[in-house]
Structures are given as C-alpha cells and as structure tokens.
Ligand binder design. Sequence first.
Ligand SMILES: O=C(O)CCC(=O)C(=O)O
Ligand SMILES: [Fe+2]
Length: 321
Amino acid sequence: MTMNKIEVFENLTLEKFDSLVEQDLPFIIRNANFGDCLRNWTNNDYFEQKISSNKPVSVHISNSPLLDFLSKNFIYSVLDFREFLQLCSDESNDRYYYLRSVGNHNVKEIANLNEQFPEIAQDVKYPEFLNFCKNNNCPANDECSKRHLFSSVLRISSKNLSIWTHYDVMENILLQIIGRKKIILFPPNDAPYLYLKGDKSEIIDLEAKDLLEKFPLFSNATKYESILESGDCLFIPSMWFHNTKALEYSIGLNFFWKNPQLISHYDHNDIYGNKDLKLATNAYVNVDKALQHLNKLPVKYRKFYLSMCISKLNRSLQSIS
Ligand SMILES: O=C(O)CCC(=O)C(=O)O
Ligand SMILES: [Fe+2]
C-alpha cells in the first residue's frame, strides 16, 4: 500500500488557500483563528452554563467503536445534549456515542450551528481565507466570487469511535476543536479498491489483521494519513474517501461549501452534502436499465454486449485521464 503525507500549513492567505484547494489534495491548516471555541469548549461546565438542560439532540449509540452505516451497528436515540456530553466524554462507558448535528426538523433541514446551537455559535469565527459569503440572499452564482457555505455540522464522538469510510460531494473543512483525531483519506481513483456500496466502503476495520485477506484489492489503495490536534483543520476535497477515528473524546465542526460551477448539478434534496450529483444518479439509473436489458439475453450474447459496454465506458475514461 502506498502511503502519502498530508502537508501542513500555517498563516494561509486567501490566495494560497484557493491555490491549495485547486490542487484537489487534502491538507491541514494549523493555528488558524476559529475564535473562542478552542478555549471555551474544553470543559463540559461551559456547556452546562450556556445550554439549558432540555435541549434534545439525535445521536448514534453503538456497542462497537467502529460505526458501520451499512450493517447499521448503532441506534439513533434522542438525548438531552448535556446528558449526551456526559455519556460521550465518560471513558468508562462501554457504549460509544456520536453526534452529527442535523437541522431543526431532523431530516428535512441542513445542519447550521447558528440555528441549532445559537448558545455557542458565537464562539466560532471563520478565518479570512475561507472567504464565506455573508449575504444570505446571494444567488450563489458566478457573479459572486465568495464561497457559499452549505452547512456547519457539529460532530462529537466518544474516545476510539470511528466513522465509516465514505465520500461527500461537497468541499469540506473539518475543524478539530477538542481532542485528537486520526484521519485517513483515499483519492477518488481508489474507488475500485475500496469495496464500495454506494458512497460507503464495506471495509470498516482498517486496523484488522486479516484486512488484506478479506479485501485483497485494498492493497492497491493510496493512503493519506495524519493526526489532527486541537486547533488543526483538514481540507477534505469533494469525492475523496475519508474516515476518522477519535483518539480522544472529540469535538469537531465541519463546513461544507458549494462549488459555484456545480450549483445546478447538486441534488436539491441533499441535506448532508453527500448525495450524488443529479446527472450521476441518472447515469446509475441508466446503467441499471442497461443491465436489466442485457440480463434478458442468453449468456453468450450477454457476455459479448457487457464487454462492449465496458470498452465504451473505458474509452471514455481513458480520454480524460
Ligand atoms: O470526524 C467525523 O466525525 C466525520 C467527519 C466527516 O466525515 C466529514 O467532515 O465529512
Ligand atoms: Fe464526510
């Protein structure tokens, strides 16, 4: 397996940040000014003071530290936020807790820290280099050169909890506020080696001893790995596979933003930043249709036309790579 380093930067200007984003590689930014959250959120008492005792949050709870969306080895439960923080930060607890904040009406709205956590949202500032547009009514088209924030998602995890490997369709900054987190990424080209079901990988335990026996193609993947310390943030390019493991009780926040060139391509029902582009979803539907047609043919013909379709797709892929 090839291992690649993730570069670390400090004191980024907007121009430098833009040019790094253009490169379509992950990178880490250290010591950027994200406001008081880095100081204030170190202590559960702060949340006790700021947040009332009856604030419900929907969380994942599992007996396993390796959360697996495909086998659903967790349940969703609604807890009081302060009770959740106690349970999640308690290392003697044998259950694992994870909050991925969601919109006010649970599945229908997009996560936004200002709306779901106004009590603590003031603690977060956006560094200049992110260049987020502050005009709520902005049409977010080519006329505005700023970035358009899609969501701000609070993520709180028990020590050792890891999140399944997946991709998102939007550009993303993952800020580590409290605790340390291991992050692993794979480039989009690694899709054939990651045993995917939709946007998620079937490989859940990346530290398993028998990993390559079970998933031999995984040895072809290129791993980008690093550890985020409190105050670090990671740029996760769209379509890059990623997973994270909280090495300590962790509080993080991530910001998805829209690529202006893709505004008309995003799925308007996407609230998580991970629904495939509409044209891609259409393409999958048509591939399924093509397979249904070919499956009606006798084996000899089915094989022939399947390989013709594959050649056609391969030629198209080679013409752009
Ligand atoms: O660390 C986490 O909780 C998951 C982060 C993630 O998947 C993301 O920021 O897109
Ligand atoms: Fe993600």
